[in-house]
Design a protein around this ligand. Structure first.
Ligand code: SF4
Ligand code: MG
Length: 328
């Protein structure tokens, strides 16, 4: 495995009224090149903070610490602000949900894309323009040579998201982080964008970290997944293994709340309660107030994240019983 991203013991805290509030706690994460890793969890679980911390964009006042944080052969942990700035876009890219606000409304798509090649690769105007058109074709924009002089507002939401992906892959980064890239789009377009990310990971031999609250969107495309709850990874492993046989009750509950085609009528399962405020995380296992499998031990002792025989990691006192419940 050639890692694009390797994270060990990442923690991020934010000062709120003089108190340090932990948003991410000792997170381990691997994104190999050529693979798509889904980082899953409800909103507020620490997924986006993890992504921003990796990019060196944790924000004002954030305290980031990690035992290891590497992008390929680069130690991000000790990198200067300047180095991080140079790496962003060139070797690691971030795609966000809102394509319209990420694109410059007064520049044509061709100019915005071409600028990347001119600035970073010293390409001539003509070369930059033809590379921009190639790139638009690569992300599935029909008739790119005709669309290159159009402005962002002349494209649909799905096409704008493709353009944003084009900008993110222009310099062939080894890591692409996509934070809820499809949330604003309808279901059919969502699937197309995920397919695109899936094929780009292979074509460009790039690691993709896909951040989402929606398990339905990852099941087809993810190679591996990591599930976060209250700032920690609670289960991680091969996507097929985890999705076919979850070993953590939270993963189990996320799976039960995915709408299925074969699901006729009846209300969809929703996980009771809501994720904890990072300033007031419950004692013991942070999921215990919402867990359908909780026992007495769960409210007092926090389960460690441990490796299992089938190659995943899980943090639950009852993971073996959960696994058993899904074997047949
Ligand atoms: Fe549920 Fe207990 Fe497992 Fe936490 S440790 S997920 S409360 S069974
Ligand atoms: Mg988020």
């Amino acid at each position: 495995v050639r890692p694009a991203l390797r994270v060990r013991g990442l923690s991020v805290t934010f000062p709120v009224s003089g108190v340090d509030i932990p948003a991410v706690r000792h997170v381990d994460l691997d994104v190999p090149r050529g693979e798509l890793v889904a980082l899953l969890g409800e909103s507020g679980s620490g997924k986006s903070v993890t992504a921003r911390a990796v990019m060196g964009l944790a924000g004002e006042g954030a305290q980031v610490s990690a035992d290891e944080l590497t992008l390929g052969d680069v130690d991000l942990n000790s990198a200067s602000a300047r180095t991080l700035r140079e790496l962003r876009g060139a070797r690691m890219s971030l795609v966000l949900q809102d394509a319209l606000s990420a694109l410059n409304p007064v520049l044509t798509i061709g100019d915005q894309l071409g600028e990347l090649f001119r600035i970073h690769q010293g390409a001539s105007k003509k070369v930059a323009r033809s590379r921009a058109a190639d790139l638009l074709g690569q992300v599935g924009i029909p008739a790119p040579a005709k669309r290159i002089d159009d402005y962002p507002h002349q494209f649909s939401g799905g096409m704008r998201q493709r353009i944003l992906i084009a900008m993110a892959i222009a310099l062939e980064p080894e890591l692409l982080i996509a934070d809820e890239p499809t949330t604003a789009l309808d279901v059919t377009v969502q699937a197309q964008i995920l397919d695109l990310l899936g094929s780009l990971r292979t074509q460009l031999d790039m690691g993709v970290l896909l951040i989402t609250h929606d398990l339905a969107v990852v099941s087809e495309v993810a190679d591996r997944l990591a599930v976060m709850y209250a700032g920690r990874v609670v289960e991680a492993g091969d996507a097929d293994t985890v999705l076919s046989r979850p070993s953590h009750p939270y993963t189990e509950a996320l799976l039960r709340s995915v709408p299925r085609i074969e699901h006729h009528g009846g209300d969809l399962f929703t996980i009771p309660g809501s994720p904890p405020n990072p300033a007031r995380v419950p004692s013991g296992c942070p999921f215990h107030p919402r867990c359908h499998r909780a026992i007495d031990l769960c409210s007092s002792v926090r389960p460690e994240l441990l490796a299992t025989a089938d190659g995943r990691t899980v943090a639950c006192h009852r993971s073996e019983e959960v696994l058993d419940a899904h074997s047949r």
